[in-house]
Design a protein around this ligand. Structure first.
Ligand SMILES: Nc1ncnc2c1ncn2[C@@H]1O[C@H](COP(=O)(O)OP(=O)(O)OP(=O)(O)O)[C@@H](O)[C@H]1O
Ligand SMILES: [Mg+2]
Length: 235
């Protein structure tokens, strides 16, 4: 009996993020835009998921919910053991900063900071010393092949290099979960492939949980599970 119990325990996969019946409405003057209309999704530890759906179907809104960047109009978002609706903004920011790394299509790098400063920045909010931050940022940039570009500002880097800085930054607090919204959208095929290879490596070698939005069928091949979204509803 005990054996059986043990096996079922080993097989039970840990849920990192759970969305239950999430609605997100945006009020635009007189009209209400219903970006999400009752979406539910469970992301298990170590999964690599690709989110697909037409433009305007709610993919980025869904990512904002998964990443606890925004709160739902109704429904529940659970990050590990925390119901995010019950957390204050500063606790939520701390939790998000530690647990989740974001990679956006538009990179979202800070233009007047160098590559190394951009990567070191999220660690500032996790109370690491200056030396520690710089040492780790340097290592992360070396890992994505940018050891020679530490002092370059975003405008002095190519698109693919900027995206790699964004990946290094997303990894700065060693998050369990990486959220990538069209990470290859602005890149040529070759550079896009390198970025995807890096994501695959992070998943396979470091066991990171990855949720990636993509239009690119080749990019979706890297994922283990495809989640479709249509008209604000996860199918
Ligand atoms: N801040 C906002 N205010 C008002 N409406 C918004 C806002 N953000 C998104 N929307 C609307 O919500 C819907 C879903 O948007 P979302 O950005 O999630 O789509 P998407 O699937 O990511 O599309 P794309 O593939 O074009 O990036 C769209 O109709 C969009 O116009
Ligand atoms: Mg989008």
């Amino acid at each position: 009996m005990q054996e059986v119990n043990k096996i079922s325990e080993d097989n039970s996969e840990e849920v990192v993020i759970s969305l239950r019946d999430v609605h997100k409405h945006y009020q635009m003057g007189e009209t209400t835009v219903k970006a999400l209309r009752g979406s539910s999704l469970e992301v298990k530890k170590g999964e690599f998921i690709s989110v697909q759906g037409p433009s305007g179907s709610g993919k980025s809104t869904l990512m904002n919910m998964i990443g606890c960047l925004d709160t739902p109009t109704s429904g529940t978002v659970i990050l590990e053991d925390w119901n995010i609706a019950e957390l204050g903004e500063s606790d939520l920011a701390q939790l998000r900063g530690k647990k989740i790394g974001f990679i956006f299509q538009t990179f979202n790098l800070i233009n007047n900071l160098t590559a190394i400063e951009n990567v070191a920045l999220p660690m500032l909010f996790q109370k690491k010393s200056y030396e520690e931050r710089m040492k780790r940022a340097k290592k992360l940039l070396e890992d994505v092949g940018l050891g020679e570009r530490l002092q370059h500002k975003p405008a002095e880097l190519s698109g693919g290099q900027r995206q790699r800085v964004a990946i290094a930054r997303a990894l700065s607090n060693d998050p369990d979960v990486l959220l990538a919204d069209e990470p290859t959208g602005n890149l040529d095929t070759e550079t896009g492939k390198k970025v995807l290879k890096k994501m695959e490596e992070l998943h396979e070698e470091k066991g990171k949980t990855i949720v990636m939005v993509t239009h690119d069928p080749k990019a979706a091949d890297y994922a283990e599970r495809i989640v479709n979204i249509k008209d604000g509803v996860v199918q």
